[in-house]
Design a protein. Sequence first.
Length: 241
Amino acid sequence: MPALTERMDTVEHRVDRLESALVQFMAHTEHLFERMEAERASDREESARQREESARDREESARHRQALDRSIQEMKREAARERKEMNKRWGELANKMGTVVEDIVAPSVRRLARELFDCGEERYFATRVSVHCSDDPSRQREFDALYVGTRAVLLNETKSSPRSDDAKAFVDFLQRQEFGRYYPQYRQLPIVPAFSSLSLADDLVTFLTRRGIYALAMGDQAMRVLNLNEVRSRRAAGSQP
């Protein structure tokens, strides 16, 4: 019996130890679960906080983009307004420059018509005059400077920035003999054509000379004819537009 009693005590001791270990294991496991749950809860809170921050960042970014878009659109509108205003000013300056050149040329046209081109006594003189076509009232043309004398008409085309296309257009007008359609009362008078500006390039003067058109440009003190003798010779030989 003592041996059996001893064995039973041993078993009971082992059972007690096992129960104690099981209690400790369960307590440790429960603590571990609680810590894991706390960590998951903390992770969920951190994720929620990050999502909120991301949402705020997205909203802030959207507000910045909208503000930037508004600024860009306003800058574009302002730039468009400035371009429009600048184009208007350039247009006004170009028009003013054109009229200034015409005002400089006009007195010389009057003088040259009498003294150099033998157009005769003045019957009519006009600058920047718009005239309707006699046989087609829908058509209108502006003449920069026109001197009608008793013997001839000095028809002058003035350009502040002369181009070859301007000279070609003037030649076409002369070749079509359209002057008489605007001034039928002077159609019987010969036309002395002149193309003028403050300065004319050599190639443009050559172009005008070959077509019998006088080239007028500013000299030291007044307008002068750059191709007087050459054009006189061509016109005397019948080489004119």
